[in-house]
Unconditional design. Structure first.
Length: 211
């Protein structure tokens, strides 16, 4: 299975990925955790460029294309080969991030972003995507605890940007059955139980072919 996790920064993605990984390994499933941007030597170098606060003059178009350069490398080098081997690949972000952040957030052409998916990823879609939804006010509290000096270039964007991104994720979830909206304001354990329940009831988890 190819399972992706989406959400605004500090929503709890990393914690939930680790808990799902533990569950899958206890079920004797071979599991690989990756992150975007990154995951290969080339992709990690692109990540440094994308997140460096010194690159404040980066245009939205450059940002989008750099994300897809990183993603294409990760997909061809890591994701696709592991899925063919039967590995459960858990990704901290995938192309829904570009639709939400660069499409809804930056105002770039969403049809063009969809075309990039076909070009860079052979139109490959995740089996399941979890959008961990946390209100902006609560995320601001978590961000303050993290400290502003530790924020990357995208994390320092303004509140209106993040409002558009969150709405973008919610719109995507309304349009796509693959994306499950998870209430991230609950306890870590409650969120984890819901995610594990959804995964374990999925036909691909049980070795069944979806119609």
């Amino acid at each position: 299975m190819f399972i992706t996790f989406e959400g605004l920064d500090f929503c709890g993605k990393s914690t939930q990925i680790e808990l799902l990984k533990n569950f899958l390994e206890n079920e004797n499933k071979q599991t690989l955790v990756i992150r975007e941007p990154g995951g290969t030597e080339i992709s990690e170098k692109i990540r440094e460029i994308l997140l460096d606060k010194k690159n404040s003059g980066m245009t939205p178009e450059t940002e989008l294309l750099l994300f897809y350069a990183s993603r294409a490398q990760l997909f061809k080098q890591v994701i696709e080969p592991n899925l063919k081997r039967g590995v459960f690949v858990l990704s901290d972000r995938f192309y829904d991030s570009s639709t939400a952040y660069q499409g809804y957030g930056r105002g770039l052409d969403i049809d063009f972003i969809k075309a990039l998916n076909k070009f860079a990823l052979n139109n490959k879609k995740p089996d399941l995507t979890f959008f961990i939804d946390v209100p902006l006010e609560k995320l601001k509290e978590r961000k303050l605890k993290h400290g502003s000096s530790n924020l990357d270039r995208i994390e320092t964007s303004d509140e209106e940007f993040f409002k558009r991104v969150r709405q973008g994720y919610l719109d995507l979830a309304n349009e796509c059955e693959r994306i499950k909206v998870i209430d991230g304001t609950r306890s870590i354990e409650e969120v984890s139980r819901e995610i594990i329940s959804v995964v374990s009831s999925h036909p691909s988890f049980r070795g069944e072919n979806e119609e």
